[in-house]
Write a protein that binds this ligand. Structure first.
Ligand SMILES: Nc1ncnc2c1ncn2[C@@H]1O[C@H](COP(=O)(O)OP(=O)(O)OP(=O)(O)O)[C@@H](O)[C@H]1O
Length: 265
């Protein structure tokens, strides 16, 4: 469904060229939930900007359902880390969720239904008339998630969406993402700094090398599909996978790449 081929991004700065991403190759199948981890500065945000069509790559391409991505695709939604800046403070919760649908020309009755369903899915049906600043950080991030899913995307990109919320809320939001993902069958690419989170959430973890970036490893997460915060995290296999991802990131930071890294799928 989503294909990244030979993706390269070089930024032009006053200090010269910065090669953020050298050559990235991977594919996401329809309905897959993949996490993306890598050392700080390895180009995760750069990659998401290229995938979402917000920025053009220097070379290579992104394809969605076979079509090259040259601008923001209709069937893609993005949730950013900074919920405080991504919601409009002068709009009520339901208006924030409704806005992209309005912009798309979705008729009023259908908008109402989609907004209601999305708020229900994230457990916020009781606060449609609140303003974002009247809600906790975790609730604001759930509004951002509701806005993304109301839009009925085929692909949901998430850029460290839970980095700014407390640990307990984070655990709840992780479970919310898995529930929504299963219910909607949406393809999710989830960027995180948190190794445990990547293993807990993903069916796959794509580990990036340090800059200039290639795929260090593309790891299948063979944990049971039914996951819960207590039992899954205490499984011996969870510990093994977490250990493995951690080790790869440490190697990536030292610039050590396993044989075959960067060759793609
Ligand atoms: N607009 C820009 N202009 C110049 N260089 C940039 C720009 N954006 C990012 N970079 C550089 O590209 C590299 C990758 O940055 P990017 O933000 O994509 O990494 P990241 O993996 O998301 O980082 P982090 O995990 O710290 O959020 C870094 O060296 C960064 O300094």
């Amino acid at each position: 469904m989503l294909s990244v081929r030979g993706l390269k991004k070089v930024y032009q700065t006053d200090g010269g060229e910065v090669e953020a991403v050298r050559s990235l190759n991977f594919d996401l199948r329809p309905g897959e939930l993949a996490c993306l981890v890598g050392p700080s500065g390895s180009g995760k945000t750069t990659l998401l900007k290229c995938i979402s069509g917000l920025m053009s790559p220097t070379a290579g391409e992104v394809r969605l359902n076979g079509e090259p991505v040259v601008g923001p695709p209709k069937k893609m939604a993005v949730v950013f880390q900074e919920y405080g800046r991504s919601l409009f403070p002068w709009m009520r919760v339901r208006e924030n969720v409704e806005l992209p649908l309005k912009n798309q020309g979705v008729p009023k009755a259908e908008r109402d239904r989609l907004v209601e369903e999305a708020l229900e899915a994230v457990g916020l049906s009781h606060v449609p008339l609140s303003y974002p600043w009247q809600l906790s950080g975790g609730m604001q991030q759930r509004v951002a998630i509701a806005r993304a899913i109301a839009y009925q995307p085929e692909v949901l990109l998430m850029d460290e969406p839970f980095a700014a919320v407390d640990a307990q809320t984070r655990a709840d939001l992780e479970d919310l993402i898995r529930t929504i993902w299963k219910k909607l069958g949406v393809t999710v690419l989830f960027v995180t700094h948190d190794i445990d989170e990547s293993v807990y959430l993903g069916e796959r973890v794509i580990i990036l090398s340090s800059s200039p970036t290639v795929v260090q490893e593309d790891l299948v997460i063979d944990l049971p599909a039914e996951r819960d915060q207590l039992n899954t995290r205490t499984l011996p296999r969870f510990t093994e996978l977490r250990h493995h991802v951690y080790e790869q990131i440490q190697l990536a930071k030292k610039g050590i790449r396993p044989a075959g890294a960067g060759e793609g799928v």
